[in-house]
Ligand binder design. Structure first.
Ligand SMILES: Nc1ncnc2c1ncn2[C@@H]1O[C@H](COP(=O)(O)OP(=O)(O)OP(=O)(O)O)[C@@H](O)[C@H]1O
Ligand SMILES: [Mg+2]
Length: 230
């Protein structure tokens, strides 16, 4: 009996990392049944050994199937979410590629909130082209929100935003964003070369354009001092 107990102990240890915990109680039930059957003489010792070994082996190999069923349900949920995304309308489906002949920006009586809370209320201002404007205000007052609305990351609730005399809703997002460069408050770099990061917004940029962009951002000298440069 001792070797059997030793083997059972060893197998139980192997099942200790079992996350589902489903096979372990079953194996113990099986063991108890087999043990009592052997004790009452309903089963001989060799048959008992076979049951003991196979009860662990069989259920250990069935276990990954139940894990896979769990993964399949996660994949199904993800596919449902992707399907729902595909059915959504594009924000700029009515937009056109409009070349702008000037770049004045104008807010006209804009109201906006991300949810029911109003962040911007009746905001009206103009930013003439070729000028610099600083938007100053306490944290949370809506400065970043104003920039996000100009780039049409969100649509205004009331009022309009115009660029070059056109309501930004008349333009496709690509057409609008081709006129805008943004340096975000939270900056992320992709795990890639500096060159790839600079060209992210314009993958077909020429070498000269990429270097010019680095110089305009005042980081070309710093980049060239790095061991691998661009
Ligand atoms: N994606 C979002 N969803 C919901 N609420 C948001 C979202 N982004 C910002 N807010 C809320 O909108 C308000 C304005 O935020 P915004 O980031 O525009 O302020 P800010 O003036 O740029 O602040 P800071 O000076 O801290 O950068 C805040 O109350 C903020 O919590
Ligand atoms: Mg901000």
């Amino acid at each position: 009996m001792l070797p059997v107990l030793f083997a059972v102990r060893k197998m139980s240890k192997r099942n200790k990392n079992d996350e589902t915990g489903q096979t372990k109680p079953f194996c113990y039930d099986m063991l108890l049944t087999v043990f009592f059957m052997a004790r009452n003489g309903q089963m001989d010792f060799s048959m008992m050994l076979i049951f003991v070994f196979f009860s662990f082996e069989i259920f250990a190999s069935v276990e990954p199937i139940s894990d896979s069923a769990h993964v399949l349900s996660i994949i199904e949920d993800a596919m449902d979410q992707l399907d729902a995304l595909k059915k959504e309308n594009y924000i700029d489906s009515d937009g056109k590629d409009i070349p702008l002949d000037h770049y004045d920006i104008e807010f006209r009586h804009v109201n906006f909130g991300y949810d029911s809370r109003t962040i911007l209320k009746d905001v009206t201002f103009q930013i003439p082209e070729k000028t610099s404007t600083a938007i100053v205000g306490p944290s949370g007052s809506g400065k970043t929100t104003i920039c996000s609305l100009i780039a049409r990351f969100y649509d205004v609730n009331v009022g309009s935003i115009r660029i070059g005399g056109h309501n930004i809703k008349e333009l496709t997002c690509d057409s609008l964003l081709s006129n805008i460069s943004m340096v975000f408050q939270n900056v992320y770099l992709f795990h890639d070369t500096i060159r790839a990061n600079i060209c992210f917004g314009k993958p077909d940029a020429t070498e000269a354009e990429m270097i010019e962009a680095a110089k305009k951002a005042c980081c070309h000298d710093f980049i060239m001092e790095l061991p691998n440069g661009l």
